[in-house]
Design a binder for this molecule. Structure first.
Ligand SMILES: Nc1nc2c(ncn2[C@@H]2O[C@H](COP(=O)(O)OP(=O)(O)O)[C@@H](O)[C@H]2O)c(=O)[nH]1
Ligand SMILES: [Mg+2]
Length: 303
């Protein structure tokens, strides 16, 4: 399903919003000059690559220029693409041996968790898995309703907590039920929380622990949903969530609205977390396994 990435790339180049949109201008210059490096540095930082990744990429390009004897700025383009590509791993194959396998979706409010659950639910159900959705975001009535609407539209079973009820209890009951009813996969929607709010992070830890009590080994995965439009702030969120619970992977939501997906590199490098999926729209089918190749081509907005 590189189609979504292709659509994204086309969108980026049409709106000339590509993260590295002005790269063409930089690479269009004939000679590699001191300004070329300055401009490149500014662009990479603006694209949310982070200082550290930007510097290592530039170092690699400089040494490439020295050893490869490159003179023309245009020759830097493919070198940059290769350097960026080398900094992203393809997502690992998802294998769930436990049954049911329990996946906790976490992230700050509005990052795209509930929508992502719907997308994942559809995806795994299409693969023939028996999927149960769990609405454990009991802080806001609208949150549970939203998941319920998705469940109905997708024809997926759901267990949802009542507004104000203990999310731990909801998770406990749901997992027991999932076990007895023989579900393959349980997707748990958790309350969005500010990563800076101590109590809410404690609450999340509790949900995590309770899952393990209800079902040995659960949760089998914790996926952090990050809003790709929030740039480097997403990195701070990721750190906080990683400290609270054992995050095993990242989903980059709203990549379609982001012109600066560069934080993908920082997530990989600084947090060592694989990027599993990219959200590229609001519809259930707008989710695709993260494709580093397509992603790098997209941000470079090559024709
Ligand atoms: N364009 C776009 N919008 C998204 C994507 N994922 C979620 N959204 C929108 O972002 C908003 C917040 O999403 P929601 O799932 O409610 O976030 P939550 O608070 O983390 O559960 C909603 O309006 C979604 O439709 C995506 O991949 N692309
Ligand atoms: Mg939600």
């Amino acid at each position: 399903m590189a189609d979504l990435f292709t659509r994204w790339k086309e969108g980026l180049s049409r709106s000339s919003q590509a993260a590295f949109g002005r790269l063409a201008a930089v690479f269009g210059a004939t000679e590699i000059k001191a300004e070329t490096w300055d401009e490149l540095e500014a662009l990479l930082i603006q694209a949310d690559l982070g200082i550290e990744t930007t510097e290592t990429v530039l170092d690699a390009l400089r040494s490439g220029v020295r050893t490869g004897g490159l003179r023309r700025a245009s020759e830097l383009s493919s070198l940059l693409e290769a350097e960026l590509r080398a900094r992203l791993d393809a997502p690992p194959a998802l294998e769930f041996t436990a049954r049911p396998a329990v996946i906790l979706l976490v992230g700050v409010n509005g990052s795209g968790k509930t929508t992502t659950i719907a997308k994942l639910g559809r995806r795994f159900a299409d693969e023939g898995k028996r999927v149960l959705l769990v609405g454990a975001d009991t802080f806001r009535a609208a949150a549970v309703d939203q998941l319920q609407v998705w469940a109905e539209r997708l024809g997926l079973p759901i267990i949802a907590g009542r507004m104000g009820s203990d999310p731990g209890a909801v998770v406990y009951d749901s997992l027991q039920s999932a076990l007895s009813k023989g579900y393959d996969l349980v997707l748990v929607d958790t309350a969005g929380r500010l990563h800076t709010r101590y109590n809410l992070m404690e609450e999340l830890k509790k949900v995590y622990r309770v899952a393990g009590k209800a079902l040995a080994g659960a949760p089998h995965a914790v996926w952090l949903v990050l809003d790709a439009t929030t740039g480097q702030n997403a990195l701070a969120q990721a750190r906080a969530f990683k400290e609270a619970v054992a995050v095993t992977g990242v989903i980059l939501a709203k990549l379609d609205s982001s012109a600066r997906g560069g934080m993908a590199f920082a997530i990989q490098k600084e947090l060592g977390l694989p990027i599993l999926f990219a959200g590229l729209g609001e519809k259930p089918e707008d989710l695709t396994p993260f494709d580093p190749e397509a992603f790098v081509k997209g941000i470079m907005a090559e024709g």
